[in-house]
Ligand binder design. Sequence first.
Ligand SMILES: [Fe+2]
Length: 252
Amino acid sequence: MSSLSRLSRRHFFSAAAGFAAAASAPRAGFAQAPAAAPAATPAATGPFLVPPLPYPTNAFEPHIDARTMEIHHDKHHGAYVANLNTLAKTNPQLGTSAVPDILGNLNALNDDIKFAVRNNLGGHANHTMFWEIMGPNGGKPEGEVLAAIGDLGGLEKFQTDFNAAGGRQFGSGWVFVTVTKDGKLAIENRPNQDTPIMDGKRVLMGNDVWEHAYYLNYQNRRPDYLKAWWNTVSWSKIAERYAAAKAGTLGV
Ligand SMILES: [Fe+2]
């Protein structure tokens, strides 16, 4: 099985397990509204798959509305994956290499696919991370993650600086927190679907500041979205990713 298939399968199984756990957990976090069905996942037509959401699409209301989640996951992420599967038909090596290895070596690709891979594989990696680091009842940073945030001035300053970086990003892009193998964090933004993985770094977490992530509810008020988004963050998932980064096993 290819690395990417393994990635997709891993995400499928962990996401499915997460959803099953969420379904059996107390529903206090979103008991006021009936749970929406998890977003449908397009049928596989190649090595790339959109990982199913491990929570209902209305899990983050009122901070992110269900319709935005649905369109974002199914249509936007779905389009990156569909484009990748088209590319993989004529470039099968895309389906047999680990995603960080491809993104970290874009210059090794032929010029005719380099731009498309940069955008679509970057988009796939970024959105896969994005769905993973969000979750209902997300808790608070603790332990090593909290200590690493302390090195950046503490949680309040970290969130203010992160939001400012996301607000500064001109046009579409992302604000990320990168993590080194010794656990040091840094806030970095990137345009379009670029990712610090393209510079050989690893991403602990990140927020999508493309208008498609917030426009239905927030229109031009990106700073309001950036502030509200923190209510959707799963600190337990981020702690898992932090441990994986230190172990050298963090993927996208
Ligand atoms: Fe997005």
